[in-house]
Design a protein around this ligand. Structure first.
Ligand code: NAD
Length: 387
């Protein structure tokens, strides 16, 4: 049954386009930031004229001082959040700037959360658990994928349980975000593919989610069209500015769609692969998507026929079932074009599928999947994707 979300959430302010990173210093000053903590990774911090250096240049030009936490790991861990909080407090910071992809933004949100909502972030998993606002947070985005720079989600990995958990709250949405495609030109091929396929998963899962509405449909449709056209081009030539710009737009559209329509079993299952094997999130999603969506077809065949059309498939004259199958063929094709690895290649082990399936059904994304399954169904989906 479709039960649309009616609270529609948009980004606070998003600066978009080539060169917008130059505005961050003025924005930080305007917001009264005296000493922000820049949350990022060492690799990005050291990149010559990379996103961090450009952020620093703009902050310096505006006379804004800053401190670094540069130890963010992929699939950020609870320990990253705690380390960042300590540096923030020890250095007398008053605000946060994340620079990077979803891992940096989520770590920064996590630091903000524990600063104002209690020490143990694992206890805050769930929806609307945050009672207090986070310190002012700006997000400089450098991957066209997660859209964490505008979402209310914060995905953190508990390294002890090997589980990813999500803190969902409108308080997590950064005050200002920056999507400058020129910062994305040097994202490596594999990561371009993984992050782009994450954005495609956001669109597809939003379009068939039981929480969808007409607004999220519009965003998901345009996102699917842009990604199918421009992801192969961005993968083929990372310095194609038009392709990078269109992928950044698509990622934003996809983020707005799932921020409101929610997701489904692909994400619920992908979080288990990411938590258990520390595999790249976008590839976890992409490696599962064709199998899960094929299984989902009976819940909404006309929606999958639509997706095939948006992906550029010729479905004229086909019955709805054959047209829906074309969407799965197209998902498999684009995954192959951009070199997505299989669930097996990502390191999954069949003996873990029982546990992964149990935890996937508890994941916050499972509730809006259009077809409802039991543990054995999820084990079968992991097994089919593995084989
Ligand atoms: P990421 O942030 O982990 O970055 C992946 C890699 O790309 C890193 O090695 C990084 O160094 C490199 N990289 C990033 N930007 C670069 C650039 N401009 N140039 C060169 N290299 C660059 O990857 P991601 O896919 O953006 O984020 C994944 C995380 O986000 C996962 O933990 C996932 O669960 C989470 N996520 C969060 C949300 C949300 O709404 N909060 C949504 C989806 C996924």
């Amino acid at each position: 049954m479709v039960e649309p979300n009616t609270d529609f959430m948009m980004p606070n302010v998003n600066f978009f386009g080539p060169g917008v990173i130059k505005k961050i210093g003025d924005r930080a000053k305007l917001l009264g930031m005296k000493k922000p903590l820049i949350v990022t990774e060492k690799f990005l911090r050291n990149m010559e004229n990379g996103p961090v250096k450009q952020t620093e240049a703009s902050l310096k030009a505006s006379g804004v001082d800053y401190i670094f936490y540069d130890n963010v790991e992929p699939n950020p861990k609870v320990r990253n959040v705690e380390e960042g909080k300590k540096i923030y407090l020890d250095s007398g910071c008053d605000s946060i700037i994340s620079v990077g992809g979803g891992s940096s933004h989520d770590c920064a949100k996590g630091i903000g959360i524990v600063l104002t909502n209690g020490d143990d972030i694992t206890k805050l998993a769930g929806i609307d658990t945050l009672k207090n606002p986070l310190p002012p947070l700006l997000a400089v985005n450098t991957t066209a994928g997660t859209a964490s720079e505008i979402t209310r989600h914060d995905v953190i990995t508990n390294e002890e349980t090997k589980l990813k958990f999500v803190v969902i709250s409108w308080r997590n949405v950064p005050l200002v975000s920056f999507n400058d495609p020129l910062l994305m030109l040097d994202v490596p091929k594999g990561m371009t593919a993984a992050t782009g396929m994450d954005a495609l998963t956001h669109c597809v899962e939003s379009y068939v989610s039981t929480h969808r509405n007409d607004i999220t449909d519009g965003q998901a449709i345009q996102g699917i069209k842009l990604i199918c056209k421009y992801l192969p081009q961005a993968y083929a030539d990372g310095h194609n500015v038009e392709a990078r710009t269109k992928m950044a737009e698509a990622s934003l559209l996809a983020g707005m769609a799932f921020n409101n329509a929610d997701l489904g079993y692909v994400h619920a299952m992908a979080h288990q692969l990411g938590g258990q094997y520390d595999a790249p999130h976008g590839e976890c999603c992409a490696s599962l998507m064709p199998t899960v969506e094929k299984w989902n077809i009976i819940s909404a065949p006309e929606r999958f026929a639509d997706i095939a059309r948006f992906m550029g498939e010729d479905v004229d004259g086909l019955n709805v079932w054959d047209a829906a199958q074309k969407a799965i063929d197209a998902l498999e094709r684009i995954s192959k074009q951009v070199g997505i690895r299989t669930v097996k290649e990502l390191g999954a082990k069949p003996e873990d599928f029982d546990l992964l399936a149990t935890n996937a059904l508890k994941d916050g994304n499972a509730g809006s999947n259009p077809r409802k399954g039991n543990k054995q169904d999820i084990i079968d989906l992991f097994t089919e994707a593995y084989n």
